[in-house]
Design a protein around this ligand. Structure first.
Ligand code: PHE
Length: 336
C-alpha cells in the first residue's frame, strides 16, 4: 500500500492541467468519492496497526497535495466560465470598442433616406465590361472617359468601373419598370492621389423609371434628400450640365453647410457646393436595355459618398478615408 501511495504522490505532483476539463478529470480520478484516494482510505482499515501511523501520514500527505493541486487549477475553471459566458448569446451584450467607418455611417444614412422614399438597394460588379460601364450608357466611341487617363483597363473590353451608373444598365436589362433603386459601391479612376482626388472612391447612384416620371419629381426627391442629410434649411440649385446617359442633365449644389451662404473656403465664397450629378435617363439608354422610351421615362443621379461625408463632418482631405488612422476614425461615432 505504501508503494501505491507513493506512486500516486508522484503522479499528482507531475500532473498539470491546461484546461478546466483536465482539472475536472484530475478531481474525478483522485479526489471524488470513488476516486483513488477514497479507495485507499477504505483500504487503510486493513493496514496492520504497527504500520497505521506511517501509512496514515503518507496517505494524508497525498490527500493534501492532491487538494492543493486541484486548488491551483481553479483559475482555469474561472477562465472557462468566462468563455462559456462569452458564448452565451442570451446574455446582455457587452459594449465593444470598434466603430463604423465614416463612409459607412454616411452610406447607411443615404440609403436610409432613399429607403424611406421607397428606393431599394441594388448591387453590381466592380470589374465591369465596356458595354455596362460605357456603351449602353451612350458614351460615344471616342469619349475621353474611355481614355487610359481616366480608366483602369484590365483588357480592351474589361475595366474597373468608373462609376456606379453601370449598375443602372444591369438592373434595367433584367427588370421592366417600375424600377426605383439606389446603388452604392466603390468606383475607380486613374487619377493622381491628392487631398481632392483619389484613384478609388465611393458613389451612390439612384434610378427611378416608370410611366410619367418627370424632372420635377427628380427635383423634389433631391430636395428631400438634401434636407434630410444636411438639415431642413438646406437649399438646392440645379445647374445645366452634360452626361452622355442623361438628357437633360444637371449638377446639383446645396447651400454651403459651413458658412450658410455667407462665403467660405469650402464653397469658394459662392455660398454653394456641388454634391451630385443628375438628369432624365436618356431614351437611348432605355432602348439599349430594351425598355420602350415612348412609354417609360425616368431620372438618375449619382453622388460621391466621400464628398457628402467631407461636407457633413468638415473633413478636408480625401486621403484620410483610406489611411485607417485610428486618431481620425475614432472621432466618428454611430448608434449602429
Ligand atoms: N455617373 C456620374 C458620375 O460618375 C454621375 C451621374 C449619375 C450623373 C447619374 C447623372 C446621372 O459623375
Amino acid at each position: 500500500m505504501k508503494d501505491k501511495i507513493e506512486t500516486l504522490l508522484n503522479e499528482v505532483e507531475k500532473f498539470s492541467a491546461t484546461s478546466a476539463e483536465q482539472a475536472e478529470h484530475f478531481r474525478l480520478k483522485y479526489l471524488s468519492r470513488k476516486g483513488e484516494i477514497s479507495i485507499l482510505f477504505d483500504e487503510f482499515k486493513t493496514v496492520p496497526s504497527e504500520m497505521k501511523r506511517e501509512v496514515g501520514q503518507l496517505l494524508n500527505k497525498l490527500k493534501i497535495s492532491a487538494q492543493e493541486k486541484l486548488d491551483s487549477f481553479k483559475s482555469l475553471g474561472e477562465a472557462a466560465a468566462e468563455t462559456a459566458s462569452a458564448n452565451d448569446l442570451t446574455l446582455p451584450a457587452v459594449s465593444f470598442t470598434g466603430g463604423r467607418h465614416p463612409l459607412n455611417i454616411v452610406r447607411k444614412e443615404i440609403l436610409g433616406i432613399f429607403g424611406r422614399l421607397g428606393f431599394t438597394v441594388a448591387d453590381g460588379p466592380e470589374i465591369e465590361d465596356d458595354w455596362h460601364n460605357f456603351s449602353a450608357l451612350n458614351f460615344p466611341e471616342e469619349h475621353p472617359a474611355r481614355d487610359m487617363q481616366d480608366t483602369f483597363f484590365i483588357d480592351k473590353e474589361v475595366a474597373l468601373r468608373t462609376h456606379t451608373s453601370s449598375v443602372q444598365v444591369r438592373v434595367l436589362e433584367k427588370t421592366q419598370p417600375p424600377v426605383r433603386i439606389v446603388m452604392p459601391g466603390r468606383v475607380y479612376r486613374n487619377e493622381a492621389v491628392s487631398a481632392r482626388a483619389h484613384c478609388f472612391f465611393h458613389q451612390v447612384e439612384g434610378l427611378y423609371v416608370d410611366k410619367g416620371v418627370s424632372f420635377a419629381d427628380m427635383k423634389q426627391v433631391l430636395l428631400y434628400f438634401s434636407r434630410e442629410m444636411f438639415g431642413e434649411k438646406t437649399e438646392i440649385r440645379l445647374r445645366p450640365s452634360y452626361f452622355p446617359f442623361t438628357e437633360p442633365s444637371a449638377e446639383m449644389d446645396i447651400s454651403c453647410t459651413i458658412c450658410h451662404g455667407k462665403g467660405c473656403a469650402v464653397c469658394k465664397h459662392s455660398g454653394w457646393v456641388e454634391i451630385l450629378g443628375c438628369g432624365m435617363v436618356d431614351p437611348a439608354v432605355l432602348k439599349n436595355c430594351r425598355i420602350d422610351p415612348d412609354i417609360y421615362s425616368g431620372f438618375a443621379f449619382g453622388m460621391g459618398i466621400e464628398r457628402i461625408t467631407m461636407l457633413k463632418f468638415g473633413v478636408n482631405d480625401l486621403r484620410l478615408f483610406s489611411e485607417n488612422d485610428v486618431r481620425f476614425l475614432s472621432q466618428f461615432k454611430s448608434a449602429l
